[in-house]
Design a protein around this ligand. Structure first.
Ligand SMILES: [Fe+2]
Length: 221
Protein backbone atom coordinates (compact mmCIF):
# COMPACT_ATOMS: atom_id res chain seq x y z
CA UNK A 1 0.00 0.00 0.00
CA UNK A 2 1.31 3.40 -0.84
CA UNK A 3 2.01 5.18 2.37
CA UNK A 4 1.45 8.90 2.41
CA UNK A 5 3.72 9.33 5.35
CA UNK A 6 6.27 6.73 4.39
CA UNK A 7 5.47 4.59 7.39
CA UNK A 8 6.98 1.16 7.05
CA UNK A 9 5.93 -1.97 8.89
CA UNK A 10 9.42 -2.14 10.37
CA UNK A 11 9.13 1.46 11.48
CA UNK A 12 5.81 0.81 13.11
CA UNK A 13 6.94 -2.24 14.95
CA UNK A 14 10.17 -0.63 16.00
CA UNK A 15 8.62 2.49 17.35
CA UNK A 16 7.98 2.92 21.00
CA UNK A 17 4.35 3.86 20.89
CA UNK A 18 3.75 6.70 23.22
CA UNK A 19 0.19 7.74 23.55
CA UNK A 20 -0.42 11.26 23.43
CA UNK A 21 -3.52 13.04 23.69
CA UNK A 22 -3.72 16.19 21.90
CA UNK A 23 -6.22 18.58 21.51
CA UNK A 24 -8.08 20.69 19.58
CA UNK A 25 -10.50 21.95 21.90
CA UNK A 26 -8.32 24.17 23.95
CA UNK A 27 -10.52 26.13 26.21
CA UNK A 28 -10.20 29.84 25.70
CA UNK A 29 -10.83 32.61 28.12
CA UNK A 30 -13.00 35.53 27.00
CA UNK A 31 -9.77 37.25 26.06
CA UNK A 32 -8.80 34.30 23.90
CA UNK A 33 -5.99 33.05 26.09
CA UNK A 34 -5.60 29.31 26.39
CA UNK A 35 -6.15 28.17 29.92
CA UNK A 36 -3.49 26.06 31.54
CA UNK A 37 -6.12 23.54 32.57
CA UNK A 38 -7.79 23.29 29.17
CA UNK A 39 -9.71 20.06 28.80
CA UNK A 40 -10.44 17.90 25.81
CA UNK A 41 -13.59 15.83 26.02
CA UNK A 42 -12.68 12.15 25.88
CA UNK A 43 -13.83 10.50 22.67
CA UNK A 44 -16.85 8.33 23.32
CA UNK A 45 -16.12 4.61 22.79
CA UNK A 46 -18.13 2.53 20.34
CA UNK A 47 -18.28 -1.18 19.70
CA UNK A 48 -15.84 -2.82 17.32
CA UNK A 49 -18.61 -4.33 15.23
CA UNK A 50 -18.44 -7.62 13.33
CA UNK A 51 -16.12 -6.55 10.52
CA UNK A 52 -12.73 -5.84 12.09
CA UNK A 53 -10.33 -7.25 9.51
CA UNK A 54 -9.66 -10.96 9.68
CA UNK A 55 -6.48 -10.35 7.72
CA UNK A 56 -4.56 -7.22 6.98
CA UNK A 57 -3.05 -5.77 3.87
CA UNK A 58 0.11 -3.74 3.73
CA UNK A 59 0.25 -1.15 6.51
CA UNK A 60 -0.20 2.39 5.34
CA UNK A 61 -2.47 5.39 5.52
CA UNK A 62 -3.62 5.57 1.91
CA UNK A 63 -6.69 3.37 1.55
CA UNK A 64 -7.56 5.19 -1.67
CA UNK A 65 -4.63 3.90 -3.65
CA UNK A 66 -3.83 1.03 -1.32
CA UNK A 67 -5.73 -1.66 -3.18
CA UNK A 68 -4.69 -3.83 -6.05
CA UNK A 69 -3.19 -2.29 -9.14
CA UNK A 70 -2.72 1.17 -7.72
CA UNK A 71 -5.95 2.31 -9.36
CA UNK A 72 -8.57 4.52 -7.69
CA UNK A 73 -11.50 2.70 -6.12
CA UNK A 74 -15.14 3.45 -6.72
CA UNK A 75 -16.17 6.40 -4.59
CA UNK A 76 -15.25 9.91 -3.61
CA UNK A 77 -11.81 10.44 -2.11
CA UNK A 78 -11.69 12.08 1.29
CA UNK A 79 -8.95 12.95 3.73
CA UNK A 80 -9.47 12.13 7.38
CA UNK A 81 -6.98 13.63 9.78
CA UNK A 82 -6.84 14.83 13.33
CA UNK A 83 -4.90 15.11 16.51
CA UNK A 84 -4.70 12.56 19.29
CA UNK A 85 -4.48 14.07 22.75
CA UNK A 86 -5.08 13.29 26.37
CA UNK A 87 -7.87 14.83 28.39
CA UNK A 88 -5.69 17.86 29.03
CA UNK A 89 -5.27 18.38 25.31
CA UNK A 90 -1.61 17.40 25.33
CA UNK A 91 -0.66 15.89 21.96
CA UNK A 92 0.24 12.21 21.87
CA UNK A 93 3.08 11.34 19.53
CA UNK A 94 3.73 7.85 18.23
CA UNK A 95 0.19 6.66 18.79
CA UNK A 96 -1.06 4.02 16.38
CA UNK A 97 -4.40 4.82 14.76
CA UNK A 98 -6.18 2.12 12.75
CA UNK A 99 -9.25 2.62 10.57
CA UNK A 100 -11.46 0.19 8.68
CA UNK A 101 -14.64 0.84 6.77
CA UNK A 102 -17.10 -0.17 4.09
CA UNK A 103 -16.55 0.56 0.43
CA UNK A 104 -18.88 2.75 -1.60
CA UNK A 105 -21.38 -0.11 -1.84
CA UNK A 106 -21.48 -0.52 1.94
CA UNK A 107 -19.49 -3.76 1.95
CA UNK A 108 -16.59 -4.74 4.19
CA UNK A 109 -13.72 -6.95 3.21
CA UNK A 110 -14.55 -9.61 5.76
CA UNK A 111 -15.76 -13.24 5.58
CA UNK A 112 -18.96 -12.25 7.39
CA UNK A 113 -19.39 -9.15 5.29
CA UNK A 114 -22.27 -8.23 3.06
CA UNK A 115 -22.95 -10.20 -0.11
CA UNK A 116 -21.65 -8.87 -3.38
CA UNK A 117 -18.34 -8.12 -5.03
CA UNK A 118 -15.58 -6.23 -3.23
CA UNK A 119 -13.72 -3.34 -4.76
CA UNK A 120 -10.24 -4.69 -5.59
CA UNK A 121 -8.86 -1.17 -5.75
CA UNK A 122 -9.84 -0.21 -2.21
CA UNK A 123 -7.75 -1.09 0.83
CA UNK A 124 -10.62 -1.21 3.41
CA UNK A 125 -8.14 -0.92 6.30
CA UNK A 126 -5.16 1.26 7.15
CA UNK A 127 -2.94 2.47 9.94
CA UNK A 128 -1.01 5.62 10.77
CA UNK A 129 1.27 6.82 13.52
CA UNK A 130 0.78 10.24 15.03
CA UNK A 131 3.63 12.65 14.53
CA UNK A 132 5.34 14.78 17.15
CA UNK A 133 2.27 17.03 17.30
CA UNK A 134 -0.09 14.10 17.72
CA UNK A 135 -1.40 14.40 14.16
CA UNK A 136 -2.45 11.47 11.98
CA UNK A 137 -3.74 11.46 8.41
CA UNK A 138 -5.51 9.06 6.07
CA UNK A 139 -6.75 9.23 2.50
CA UNK A 140 -9.75 7.03 1.89
CA UNK A 141 -13.22 7.21 0.34
CA UNK A 142 -16.55 8.33 1.69
CA UNK A 143 -18.00 5.04 3.00
CA UNK A 144 -21.31 3.68 1.85
CA UNK A 145 -24.23 3.14 4.21
CA UNK A 146 -25.45 -0.39 4.88
CA UNK A 147 -28.16 -2.28 6.63
CA UNK A 148 -31.65 -0.93 6.79
CA UNK A 149 -34.64 -0.84 9.05
CA UNK A 150 -33.67 -1.39 12.67
CA UNK A 151 -30.05 -2.01 11.66
CA UNK A 152 -29.49 1.04 9.54
CA UNK A 153 -25.87 2.14 9.56
CA UNK A 154 -25.11 5.63 8.45
CA UNK A 155 -21.73 6.20 6.76
CA UNK A 156 -19.00 5.80 9.38
CA UNK A 157 -15.38 4.82 9.82
CA UNK A 158 -14.24 2.45 12.55
CA UNK A 159 -11.24 3.54 14.60
CA UNK A 160 -8.85 1.88 17.04
CA UNK A 161 -6.14 3.72 18.95
CA UNK A 162 -3.18 1.96 20.56
CA UNK A 163 -0.66 3.52 22.92
CA UNK A 164 2.50 1.70 23.83
CA UNK A 165 0.98 -1.40 22.28
CA UNK A 166 -2.11 -1.17 24.45
CA UNK A 167 -5.56 -0.68 23.01
CA UNK A 168 -6.87 2.55 24.53
CA UNK A 169 -9.91 3.29 22.37
CA UNK A 170 -12.27 1.66 19.91
CA UNK A 171 -14.83 3.97 18.39
CA UNK A 172 -16.55 5.05 15.17
CA UNK A 173 -16.35 8.33 13.31
CA UNK A 174 -19.48 9.86 11.81
CA UNK A 175 -19.99 12.55 9.21
CA UNK A 176 -21.54 15.87 10.15
CA UNK A 177 -25.11 16.44 9.07
CA UNK A 178 -25.55 13.16 7.22
CA UNK A 179 -29.27 12.47 6.81
CA UNK A 180 -28.95 8.84 7.94
CA UNK A 181 -27.26 9.70 11.24
CA UNK A 182 -30.55 10.02 13.07
CA UNK A 183 -31.65 6.57 11.83
CA UNK A 184 -28.46 4.82 12.93
CA UNK A 185 -29.05 2.77 16.08
CA UNK A 186 -25.43 3.01 17.25
CA UNK A 187 -25.03 6.71 16.55
CA UNK A 188 -28.30 7.37 18.34
CA UNK A 189 -27.03 5.34 21.28
CA UNK A 190 -24.15 7.71 21.95
CA UNK A 191 -25.12 9.92 24.89
CA UNK A 192 -26.14 13.28 23.53
CA UNK A 193 -23.55 15.08 25.65
CA UNK A 194 -20.79 12.95 24.08
CA UNK A 195 -22.08 12.80 20.53
CA UNK A 196 -19.94 15.68 19.32
CA UNK A 197 -16.85 13.63 20.15
CA UNK A 198 -17.64 11.06 17.44
CA UNK A 199 -18.63 13.49 14.67
CA UNK A 200 -15.92 14.74 12.35
CA UNK A 201 -15.65 18.34 11.27
CA UNK A 202 -15.70 19.08 7.55
CA UNK A 203 -12.79 21.35 6.89
CA UNK A 204 -13.18 22.17 3.24
CA UNK A 205 -15.07 21.16 0.14
CA UNK A 206 -13.71 19.22 -2.76
CA UNK A 207 -13.17 22.22 -5.01
CA UNK A 208 -10.40 22.23 -7.58
CA UNK A 209 -10.32 18.47 -7.50
CA UNK A 210 -9.11 18.29 -3.91
CA UNK A 211 -10.74 15.63 -1.75
CA UNK A 212 -13.07 16.79 0.96
CA UNK A 213 -11.20 16.91 4.24
CA UNK A 214 -12.62 15.89 7.60
CA UNK A 215 -10.96 16.52 10.94
CA UNK A 216 -11.49 13.95 13.64
CA UNK A 217 -9.67 14.77 16.84
CA UNK A 218 -9.39 12.02 19.39
CA UNK A 219 -8.89 12.40 23.13
CA UNK A 220 -8.00 9.34 25.19
CA UNK A 221 -7.36 8.85 28.86
FE1 LIG B 1 -19.35 -0.52 10.32
Amino acid sequence: MKNLDRISRRGLLGTSLVLVPAALAATLSPAGTALADALCALTSPQGEGPFYPARFGKPGNDLFLGGAGGKPPDGDAIVVSGKVTDAKCRPAAGVLVEIWQADRQGRYQHPRGQAGPRDPHFAYWGMALTDAKGVYRFRTIFPGAYGGGSFQRTPHIHVKVRQNGRLVLTTQMYFPGHPLNSQDFLFSGVPSAERHTVIAVEERGGGSGAPTAFRFDIAVS
